[in-house]
Design a protein around this ligand. Structure first.
Ligand code: ATP
Length: 223
């Protein structure tokens, strides 16, 4: 019999700041596919993007506040402690080595990340160590831009949740998660303009942002 309670998933990102577009699809996913645990792993030096506005400590604190009442989630700080680039391929290899060869492991990404996935450092090795579970994200096409990348996707796709539990790695599952048209960029922009973000992220995170004066334009910056 398939044990549907063993699948652990890792969810990486910059989380600058964490928002409902991160949390709610993953909570829905946990019910849909049966995840025993989601390990949130904020990255330190995202290789392909500008540095975050909040410090590592602030992003970590915001995540702690966001998951305080959500036992599904735990936080892993290993990438924050490194001062080298956070390459998912390396982190997932390390995680696999810790967990042994048999245990099913998954890496959660949004649809936007799937589209850029083939540009990631050693992307093709990631499926050697885990499954890929993709959450829907409004505004991003479902097809890969290049034929060879679509072929790679098709070669690994599964529509069977059981495959994520019976095999340790190697499958891609496109989950039917609810759509949230929220991004950290949108939140930073809204806060910079003093606009309301109540519906976009947990209240405790928003209170912390306000107390720290995060994501405000520097006084006199527009002069
Ligand atoms: P930014 O706007 O600063 O680029 P972001 O909102 O995209 O940030 P990240 O921390 O870069 O957030 O994302 C971490 C992970 O969460 C990525 O895999 C991303 O695809 C996914 N994600 C972020 N927002 C959403 C959303 N609204 N719906 C589904 N997935 C999302």
């Amino acid at each position: 019999m398939v044990d549907m309670n063993q699948l652990q998933a890792l969810f990486g990102g910059t989380f600058d700041p964490v928002h409902y577009g991160h949390l709610k699809p993953v909570e829905a996913l946990a019910n849909q596919v049966g995840l025993s645990r989601v390990i949130i792993m904020p990255n330190n030096v995202p290789p392909h993007r500008p540095q975050p506005e909040a410090t590592s400590q602030q992003r970590k604190t915001m995540l702690e506040l966001a998951i305080a009442d959500k036992p599904l989630f735990t936080l892993d700080e290993r990438e924050l402690r490194r001062d080298t680039p956070s390459y998912s391929a390396l982190t997932l290899k390390e995680w696999r080595e810790e967990q042994g060869p048999q245990r099913p492991l998954a890496f959660i990404i949004g649809q936007d990340s799937l589209l850029t996935f083939p540009s990631w450092h050693h992307y093709e090795t990631i499926l050697d160590n885990c499954h890929l579970i993709v959450c829907r994200r409004p505004g991003y096409p479902l097809e890969m831009a290049q034929k060879e990348h679509q072929q790679w996707l098709d070669d690994h796709l599964t529509q069977h949740v059981e495959a994520l539990h019976t095999q340790p790695a190697g499958k891609i599952y496109l989950a039917e998660t609810p759509w949230f048209n929220i991004s950290a960029t949108l939140i930073r922009e809204r806060l910079e303009h003093g606009e309301n973000c109540d519906d976009l992220l947990p209240a405790a995170v928003l209170e912390y942002i306000n107390a720290q004066g995060l994501y405000r334009s520097a006084p006199g910056a527009s002069l």
